[in-house]
Design a protein around this ligand. Structure first.
Ligand code: ARG
Length: 459
């Protein structure tokens, strides 16, 4: 395709290092879609004849059918998906194929294809996120009243409701959706017509090709058009942030499924056995979600390092933009699907959660709050009094609520019998009714809002 000025062909290794076909063939659909938009515009603008444009479009449709059936080619000599398709077009329709590349360069072609591909990837990520969010919301609705220990430092802190805990992850993923949506809005401008770097002297219509490809408008600077990869970095940033959230949930599942916790049992479909220890039931999918998040983050780092320091406009380094994006997309799709599967099917052992919430002095703050509210103590003093009560309960190996009123009065005479009302975990969670708090009534409101927001979203 570009051999006119060369006497010899490339060395075998040159061919290999130069070829992107092994990976960019994944963009064959976007490449053909972009070419059809381009060639229709060339015909409409009378840059080539309408007949040639129609013949080229027909040929491209035939190639699409062939690729659909047999897959795109993989011969390294074809270099990349753009040249492979054009070479095949020449085989099918002859020399007219050579008119397709009028007023275009592979530089704006690849920038266009890749944007289209990443746009689809963003839509798929959004659908995957919706799936996990729906699973979280429905499990939260099921367990809106179930009490579990809430942790800080992974130490029992205050009782919370399981519904509240699950909805925390819903809220994280809602932010991830908005990150993908923001990135998509910035991505959605067309580089096509930037040509090699400087634009073209042909009377092209960039607004027409942009509209045909579903872009909002053409990009305004041809140098930026061919060299911008922000959209891919932003995709990877949103993917990384999503993966980080999923890895935190995955870690909780690993902890919760462990024998000391027994908060959840994973379904058979989402567990694996050990080849040597017959009793084992391992949360491998959760561990792999946790692990894959690191690889997704690596993809982001990889592309940022590729792009840093590149002068305008196109450099071949930029061909390395695709493997990390493809890898992250595949991993993220798996992680989202596995997470929905696990969340949908796991059993919450709410009796174990409640027992642990009741055992860890988790209502100590309620004890202190009672002293502030009912006996008028300053919070610091109430904290100290409560600390002494906890110490006594710990020495006796009993719960706070099991101490007698006499014991408590010996610590501080201002304690009254009413304090026992706030020491149950149910009273504790019900009292935390501030906006966004863990009280079941609050969580019910948040669940209803989430359900309304997810209604109509595609998963
Ligand atoms: N395969 C190339 C890539 O993915 C296409 C662009 C080639 N452009 C060039 N000037 N050699 O980046």
């Amino acid at each position: 395709m570009w051999g006119g000025r060369f006497a010899e062909g490339p060395a075998a290794v040159m061919r290999e290092i130069n070829a992107s076909l092994p990976f960019d063939k994944r963009m064959w659909k976007q490449d053909i879609t972009g070419s059809i938009a381009h060639v229709r515009m060339l015909g409409a603008q009378a840059i080539i004849s309408e007949e040639d444009a129609a013949l080229i479009e027909q040929g491209l449709n035939q190639i699409a059918a062939e690729y659909e059936e047999q897959g795109p080619p993989s011969d390294l000599a074809l270099e990349d998906i753009h040249m492979a398709t054009e070479a095949r077009l020449a085989e099918i329709i002859g020399p007219v194929a050579g008119r397709l590349h009028t007023a275009r360069s592979r530089n704006d072609q690849v920038a266009t294809d890749f944007r289209l591909w990443v746009r689809d990837a963003m839509d798929q990520a959004d659908a995957g996120l919706v799936g996990v969010m729906q699973a979280l919301v429905s499990r939260a609705a099921e367990h809106v009243d179930a009490v579990m220990p809430g942790f800080t430092h992974l130490q029992s802190a205050q009782p919370v409701t399981l519904g509240h805990h699950l909805m925390a992850y819903h809220d994280m993923l809602a932010r991830d959706r908005s990150r993908f949506a923001n990135a998509r809005a910035r991505l959605n401008r067309s580089p096509l017509g930037s040509a090699a770097l400087a634009g073209t002297g042909f009377p092209i219509d960039r607004h027409a090709t942009a509209a045909a490809l579903g872009f909002d408008s053409p990009m305004t600077n041809s140098l930026d058009g061919v060299s911008d990869r922000d959209f891919a970095i932003e995709y990877l940033t949103a993917a990384t942030q999503t993966a980080l959230h999923l890895s935190r949930l995955a870690e909780e599942i690993v902890i919760w499924a462990s024998q000391p916790f027994r908060f959840v049992s994973l379904s058979d479909q989402w567990s694996t056995g050990s080849s040597i220890m017959p009793q084992k039931r391992n949360p491998d999918a959760a561990e792999l979600v946790r692990g894959h998040s690191g690889r997704i983050m690596g993809c982001l780092t990889s592309l940022m390092v590729t792009m840093k320091g590149l002068p305008l406009a196109y450099s071949k380094d930029m061909q390395d933009d695709k493997p990390p994006v493809f890898e992250a997309h595949d991993l993220l799709g798996l992680c989202l699907a596995a997470m929905s599967g696990m969340v949908e099917s796991m059993t919450f052992n709410i009796a174990n959660m409640r027992a642990l919430a009741e055992s860890g002095f988790a209502t100590a703050t309620d004890f202190a709050d009672w002293l502030v509210r009912e006996a008028g103590l300053p919070f610091r003093e109430a904290h100290h009094v409560t600390g002494r009560a906890v110490k006594l309960a710990e020495e006796r190996g009993v719960a706070l609520a099991a101490l007698s009123l006499e014991d408590l009065k010996a610590i501080d005479p201002r304690v009254e019998a009413g304090i026992f009302d706030v020491l149950t975990v149910d009273a504790s969670v019900a009292s935390r009714s501030s906006y966004g708090g863990t009280a079941p009534d609050q969580v019910r409101l948040r669940i209803a809002e989430a359900q309304a927001a997810l209604k109509g979203a595609r998963s």
